[in-house]
Write a protein that binds this ligand. Structure first.
Ligand SMILES: Nc1ncnc2c1ncn2[C@@H]1O[C@H](COP(=O)(O)OP(=O)(O)OP(=O)(O)O)[C@@H](O)[C@H]1O
Ligand SMILES: [Mg+2]
Length: 302
């Protein structure tokens, strides 16, 4: 965990959670095996691993969409595994979820989709709901699409509606299952930027399941590698830790992070060089240019 949050209680704590599925032939399949995981408040954590590793099951154990057979789940200071059905419904208000296939209501407008989680709880008045819907659509940059229907939107826009819907009840945690796997590279970048913005502005903690290392590299501060229902290793996503990785995916991720950091440095050097060249070619001496205000005071105060 990050040092500044070392003493603060984690926003999510999984304590030895396990999930076994009964197969049609009567045999048992252990999809998640005694996993313990802490997520610090305000963190963005990636769960990555091969298909069938147990990533989605693990994510769904966090909001008890799957009920664990063993272990305890704490979210935002409450032990979900001890709550009654009714209390669990309330506690889930602090956990938003978004999916690969968006899961929007096709026959409802964008505004009604975003209002949905507020309406089912019946605690909010109409005007309050409308204001919150506008606010959330603003955050994801879709205020102008409030009256559209999902079928009229692009994939990226649909996912941003799903993000606005998840955000509406003011969650502390956002769980994302392959949120960009149905999207192209450009749209993926935009959706990840929206998630990062929500994390920064509102301090919402994010857990994101993905099979794309580039998603982890782009947005996550920590990563857990899931293999056969276990967390094989867990580390901070940053350059040059020098640490030995236990998994192939861990090593691949380190290589990608290093390559991206190198590319960013080269780009910054090129931009600086470009600026120097432009300044050298400029007819105004650099000193005179910098001492002169960009806009005359009388205009600025007009
Ligand atoms: N409801 C279920 N009943 C039986 N088996 C299940 C059930 N849900 C998941 N599994 C099994 O548990 C294992 C983990 O599934 P899970 O969906 O968590 O994998 P995943 O890592 O998310 O994979 P993917 O990357 O393909 O989405 C798989 O072998 C899957 O077949
Ligand atoms: Mg999955």
């Amino acid at each position: 965990m990050q040092s500044h949050s070392a003493e603060a209680p984690p926003v999510i704590r999984l304590d030895g959670v396990g999930k076994t599925f009964r197969m049609p032939d009567g045999s048992a399949f252990e999809a998640v095996r005694a996993v313990s995981l802490d997520v610090a408040r305000g963190d963005i954590v990636g769960l990555i691993g091969k298909s069938g590793a147990g990533k989605s099951t693990l994510l769904r154990l966090i909001n008890l969409l799957e009920r664990p057979d063993t272990g305890r789940v704490h979210v935002a200071g409450r032990e979900l595994t001890r709550l009654s059905k009714r209390d669990l419904m309330g506690a889930r208000q602090s956990i938003g979820m978004i999916f690969q296939q968006f899961n929007l209501l096709q026959n409802a407008t964008v505004a009604d989709n975003v209002a949905f989680p507020l309406r089912i709880h019946g605690r909010h008045r109409g005007a309050e709901i409308d204001a919150r819907v506008r606010e959330c659509l603003d955050v994801v940059g879709l205020a102008d699409k409030a009256s559209s229907y999902p079928a009229q939107l692009s994939g990226g826009q649909k996912q941003r509606v799903a993000i606005a819907r998840a955000l509406a009840p003011n969650p502390q945690v956002l769980l994302c299952d392959e949120p960009t796997s149905a999207l192209d590279t450009e749209t993926t970048r935009a959706v990840l930027a929206t998630l990062a913005d929500i994390n920064r502005r509102f301090g919402v903690s994010i857990v994101i399941v993905t099979h794309e290392l580039s998603v982890v590299q782009a947005i996550c501060r920590r990563v857990a590698i899931v293999e056969d229902g276990r967390i094989a290793e867990e580390f901070e996503v940053r350059e040059a830790t020098g640490a030995e990785r236990l998994t192939l995916l861990g090593r691949e991720l380190d290589r990608l992070v290093r390559r991206k950091a190198r590319e960013a440095r080269i780009e910054a050097e090129e931009a600086a060089e470009e600026e120097r060249r432009a300044a050298a070619a400029s007819p105004v001496p650099a000193e005179a240019a910098s001492s002169r205000p960009a806009v005359p005071n009388e205009i600025r105060h007009a």
